[in-house]
Design a binder for this molecule. Sequence first.
Ligand SMILES: CC(C)(COP(=O)(O)OP(=O)(O)OC[C@H]1O[C@@H](n2cnc3c(N)ncnc32)[C@H](O)[C@@H]1OP(=O)(O)O)[C@@H](O)C(=O)NCCC(=O)NCCS
Length: 147
Amino acid sequence: MSFKIRRARPEDLPEILRIERFSFPSPWSAEHFRKEFEKPYTIFLVVERAGSILGYGCFWLMAGELQVANLAVDPDWRGKGLGEALLREGLRLGRAGGARRALLEVRAGNLAARRLYEKVGFKIEGRRKAYYRDTGEDALLMGAFLD
Ligand SMILES: CC(C)(COP(=O)(O)OP(=O)(O)OC[C@H]1O[C@@H](n2cnc3c(N)ncnc32)[C@H](O)[C@@H]1OP(=O)(O)O)[C@@H](O)C(=O)NCCC(=O)NCCS
């Protein structure tokens, strides 16, 4: 399957929001995404195929650490390697920008995401009990070394 990963642009927002709302119980708002374009430390990527946005990843690069802030793939396009490709590109850019560590939080029950993160080298480093207010679910803290 041919696709390309590129930096997100403001005109991608309607498609990003559609995927976001399908993907999360407490989706980021349009305003939240718009602010990401202004933050100097944000790496905001989309995966595009034939002019359509199929997924996106948002990464924050600060003080030698890369935080995976958001990652989602269109439900119709999951299981085809796009999430992994986005994540690997975010990690590559983070490393190129000086990050030595990558960190993230994931819902304990989100097995697809947990498997993806483990596949690319993340390990569970901690747990925050009842961290997600919408469902009461625990957050797992995962980290990876990028060297
Ligand atoms: C998590 C998510 C981004 C994965 O994207 P994807 O494009 O479907 O994943 P990929 O096809 O790249 O899969 C890569 C690896 O992830 C794991 N994985 C993906 N989907 C999985 C599933 N349903 N069950 C178990 N493992 C899964 C596998 O290890 C897979 O590798 P493999 O194909 O060699 O087995 C996607 O499921 C999604 O958008 N979920 C909703 C949003 C979300 O939860 N984001 C993460 C927030 S922390």
